[in-house]
Ligand binder design. Structure first.
Ligand code: NOJ
Ligand code: CA
Length: 579
């Protein structure tokens, strides 16, 4: 899951909808434009723009300082105008909120802080009117320790639910069964005084791991997916899929040099992460999903260290996760043309030939506006990164507010931290509050998110980077995203091939998107210097006057007067169609 942007270098390596409600062949353009007809054979999710919403921080409808479902429903028109096709909703189930919803105490309800099941049904219905699908977050590795399953499980060694979780005797008195560490710090085992045994938790102690080797657990969890699919959800984002299984013999993990931000020895999660049996579960889950009409989708939080391994998450017969999340962009903290070109080429040609999904930011990563920004040209750079992932062959996944240039607002004092890892790891690890601040709707108090002081505070830049201000500025990041999303709905940007050009250029990432409808060239200047970019096209010469500019950013200082070249301003993009 999280690469804590250099604060922790490599914590966890693998964590980790066309329902019948929607016609499969229509792709929806943003308001005011004609719908684009997709290839009828393509599932909807291949061409959808996904948008992650952290419900606690998107919009507060009832003035308690916490975002909620009705707040999201109230802003669906905004999402529709932006061009969003599907929302990934991070957990809004009942939860003690230790890990802000990733500790679920009831899989088939909504936490009162976010609303009710009726509010959820309304969200689905209102979203459907705007051709927006909802994907739920499905936390399958663990439950809350307050879930009735775990309450029963810990009650006695003979309880029928005992085997639903991972219980073991200690090695010896007061010694956990082995050396495994929680990704959130310290031993992954907690001694439960009631029965004198230890239970296993890959994450917080309040998040005990389910035992996926127990068939009753599988059935119960698959029933949960049916509950939500019957309510009309278009699929699931699977949380932490890599760590569903642990080595039965509990072998110690290899220790690596150094210590992490929690002061624990660095460790390779060899025996409690990415075990082979994960694939059996994924295949079964996929069958459940596929038993419903409408191309429901599985997105996976599948972060691994290499392409071959990630590619396996599609399944040998493309029968597991349709959209494994490629974290390579999320882990890259440098605006490097060579690195991006390599990562894209590797993933575009992944061995499984699965459909790529690209994203930069999420609720566990420092926002990419900060990661790539140089503090002077951040807005221009935000357009550069937007262009990259919205013009590639693959499905883009946005994180709320990136379309505004939202930045992190990390806590300055440990007393202000909400995310427990920020308390455990302070000051090396400040936690994830910084990337979860309220959506910036207006320049008014609390960024227009709430009428009272919200649970987290928006960064000061909300005054200039908010929906109201940016909607009125033709050159804003928001309006650039809207134009790009419109453009990516047209062929060949929508489904054409990806062909890199000028592959030794150290400053400009450039590629062609080719299809029956023609060829589009995308050139992205990732450097702070103006570039005279001479496209090296296979088999023909580039002529600027014969190309048609579709979208560009930045204004070069020197005149654009070379017909065989394009002049690119620092941190700028140029998208044109070729004859
Ligand atoms: C990954 C989620 O994205 C993260 O926010 C959460 O803390 C862990 N999984 C545990 O569920
Ligand atoms: Ca609220």
């Amino acid at each position: 899951m999280r690469q804590f942007n250099g604060r922790l270098t490599s914590l966890l390596i693998s964590l980790t909808l066309g329902s019948s409600l929607f016609p499969a062949v229509t792709c929806f353009a943003a308001q005011g434009s004609a719908p684009v007809v997709a290839h009828s054979s393509d599932p909807w999710w291949k061409h959808a723009v996904f948008y992650e919403i952290y419900p606690r921080s998107f919009a507060d409808s009832n003035g308690d300082g916490i975002g909620d479902l009705n707040g999201i429903t109230a802003h669906l028109d905004y999402l529709h105008d932006l061009g969003v096709d599907a929302i990934w909703l991070t957990p809004c189930y009942p939860s003690p909120q230790i890990d802000f919803g990733y500790d679920i105490s009831d899989y088939c309800n909504i936490d009162p802080v976010y609303g009710t099941l009726a509010d959820f049904d309304k969200l689905i219905a209102e979203a459907k009117k705007r051709n927006i699908r909802i994907v739920m977050d499905f936390v399958i590795n663990h439950t809350s320790d307050k879930h009735p399953w775990f309450v029963a499980s810990r009650s006695s060694k003979t309880d029928p639910k005992r085997d639903w979780y991972v219980w073991r005797d200690g090695k010896e008195a007061n010694k956990p069964p082995n050396n495994w560490q929680s990704i959130f710090g310290h031993s992954a085992w907690d001694l439960d005084s009631r029965t004198g045994q230890y239970y296993y938790h890959f994450f917080y102690p309040q998040q005990p791991d389910l035992n996926w080797r127990n068939p009753e657990v599988r059935k119960a969890m698959f029933d949960v997916t049916r509950f939500w699919m019957d309510r009309g959800v278009a699929g699931f984002r699977l949380d932490a899929v890599g760590c569903l299984f642990e080595d039965q013999n509990l072998q110690d993990n290899p220790i690596k040099p150094g210590t992490n931000a929690f002061g624990d020895p660095n460790m390779e999660s060899k025996y409690n992460d990415r075990l082979e049996e994960v694939h059996d579960v994924l295949r079964e889950l996929r069958q459940v999903i596929d038993s419903y009409a409408g191309d429901r989708v599985l997105i996976g939080e599948t972060s691994t260290s290499n392409v071959k391994e990630l590619s396996r998450m599609y399944g040998a017969k493309l029968d597991e996760i349709q959209l494994p999340m490629n974290f390579f962009f999320a882990y890259l903290n440098k605006l490097s043309a060579a690195d991006f070109r390599r990562l894209i080429s590797e993933w575009d040609k992944n061995p499984a030939q699965g459909w790529p999904l690209y994203f930069f930011s999420n609720h566990d990563q420092v926002r990419h506006y900060v990661r790539y920004g140089d503090k002077t040209n951040n807005d221009a750079i935000a357009k550069v990164t937007a262009t990259l992932f919205l013009t590639l062959r693959g499905t883009p996944l946005m994180y709320y507010g990136e379309e505004l240039g939202m930045e992190n607002n990390d806590p300055k004092r440990v007393e202000d931290v909400y995310d427990p890892i920020g308390k455990i790891g302070w000051p090396k690890e400040k936690g994830r509050d910084g990337e979860r601040t309220p959506m910036q709707w207006t320049a008014a108090d609390f960024a227009g998110f709430s009428t009272i002081k919200p649970w987290l505070t928006a960064p000061a830049s909300f005054a200039s980077h908010n929906v109201t201000v940016e909607e009125a500025q033709p050159d804003s990041i928001l309006n650039f995203y809207k134009k790009l999303i419109q453009l990516r709905r047209t062929e060949p940007l929508r489904s054409g091939s990806y062909e890199p050009i000028n592959t030794s250029d150290q400053n400009v990432v450039a590629y062609l998107r080719k299809g029956d409808a023609g060829t589009v060239m995308v050139a992205i200047n990732m450097s702070g210097q103006e570039q005279l970019f001479k496209p090296d096209l296979p088999g023909k010469k580039f002529s600027a006057h014969e190309s048609r500019v579709l979208l560009r950013s930045g204004q070069p200082v020197k005149p654009d007067d070379n017909d065989d070249a394009v002049r690119l301003a620092p941190f700028s993009v140029h998208i044109c169609s070729l004859p």
